[in-house]
Design a protein around this ligand. Structure first.
Ligand code: ADP
Length: 374
């Protein structure tokens, strides 16, 4: 036998089927074990999650639904809940308690407000009843006032006008040698005129209160108005020994307004200016255009007794007179300037005054540029 020579051979035969079957059995068994263990673990995980997480969360879901329906007294039990879910439940419980407190408070507030509203409503109803009653009374008074107005109009003005006319005729017919009789007729005429002016003023004030003042709005020539005012005021100025002069700038345009009322306003201002200016004084009515804003200014200036600053607004109040004592030396009802302001307002004009005691007064009626014709 030499090295590397073949001395014999052994043949071993192993059946492959048996081997493969054993391997297959092993694999199947392992897979079955694995599946069983996985199923077991899944079941345990499912049971634990259901008990400690899903059930508490489901309870919370139901509690939220109850809260949504207005049931705020909710308290959830956190036993059998996972740590995190238990915290969530605690938070939920405290929030529900807070909401309950706030809601309760709100309900109280709403109730108290409703109560307040109910009381206010009752008070309002009572006031409405009172107002309705007052309204009825007012309607009666307005009716009474308008009856009185027409009564004054017919029963006082008509006879007064005849008294004035007859006094005039009688004065003029009086022979020159009966001086005292003539003087008596003059006095009757003068005082009747004063009375008529007062009645006219009061009627106008009453009409303005009743809202029945009618104003025309048509082009008017202020120059014509000034001429008319000069005509009526010159005799008064002569009587008081006061110079009354007028001046109208050539560029004064036509303006829209009520001729009669504007004349009456200027006459009221002029008669005051003449009355409150001592003998030898001057009253000047001038009209010009204010270059700054294009408005037309009617200015009544006097160098009379003047008005103290604290009275300058009050003189436009009804019946206000600076000297209201029974010994006052000037005639008047205290309605002239109130009417001037009312007439100015209804026509869209404005009135202002500047004055200094002992030095005189200036009353200005401004007609805005919007009322200029053309
Ligand atoms: P009255 O009929 O008394 O004149 P007014 O309303 O016209 O009533 O005027 C109110 C008061 O304003 C007057 O009583 C007077 O005291 C004062 N007043 C008006 N205009 C002048 C003026 N030009 N100068 C001084 N005082 C005046």
């Amino acid at each position: 036998w030499t090295l590397d020579s073949v001395g014999g051979a052994i043949s071993i035969v192993i059946p492959l089927d048996q081997q493969q079957q054993a391997v297959r059995d092993n694999v199947v068994r392992d897979v079955v074990y694995f599946l069983l263990i996985t199923l077991l673990i899944g079941a345990v995980v499912y049971a634990v999650t259901t008990i400690f997480v899903f059930r508490p969360l489901n309870r919370m879901k139901l509690a939220f639904a109850e809260m949504g329906e207005g049931q705020l007294v909710v308290s959830l039990d956190d036993t059998n809940a996972a740590k995190e879910v238990s915290r969530l439940i605690e938070r939920f419980n405290s929030t529900a308690a807070e909401l309950h407190t706030i809601y309760g408070h709100l309900e109280e507030q709403v109730e108290s407000r409703t109560d307040d509203l109910r009381k206010a409503n009752t008070a309002l109803e009572r006031q409405r009843d009172t107002l309705e009653h007052l309204n009825t009374e007012l309607a009666k008074e307005t009716q009474f006032k308008s009856d009185l107005l027409s009564m004054v109009n017919h029963e006082l003005r008509t006879p007064l006008t005849s008294i004035i006319t007859f006094a005039q005729i009688s004065r003029e017919a009086c022979p020159p040698d009966r001086e005292s009789e003539r003087h008596s007729w003059e006095e009757i005429e003068k005082n009747s005129q004063i009375l008529l002016a007062m009645i006219n003023d009061m009627l106008d004030i009453a009409r303005s209160d009743a809202g029945s003042i009618r104003t025309a709005c048509e082009p008017m020539d202020l120059g014509d108005i000034v001429c008319a005012v000069k005509g009526t005021m010159t005799p008064l100025a002569q009587k008081y020994s006061v110079a009354f002069c007028t001046q109208v700038s050539s560029d004064v345009p036509l303006v829209n307004g009520d001729f009669e009322k504007t004349q009456r306003m200027l006459e009221n201002l002029a008669s005051n200016a003449i009355k409150f200016t001592p003998d030898g004084g001057t009253v000047e009515l001038s009209i010009n255009v204010d270059e700054s804003d294009g408005s037309v200014r009617m200015r009544m200036a006097d160098d009379g007794i003047g008005i103290a600053p604290e009275d300058q607004e009050r003189i436009f109040e009804r019946f206000f007179q600076v000297d209201s004592t029974s010994t006052r030396k000037y005639n008047g009802s205290g309605l002239g300037l109130a009417l001037v302001r009312e007439y100015a307002a209804v026509q869209g004009f404005s009135v202002s005054v500047e004055s200094e005691l002992g030095r005189g007064s200036i009353f200005v009626i401004s007609i805005p540029s919007g009322l200029i014709v053309g």
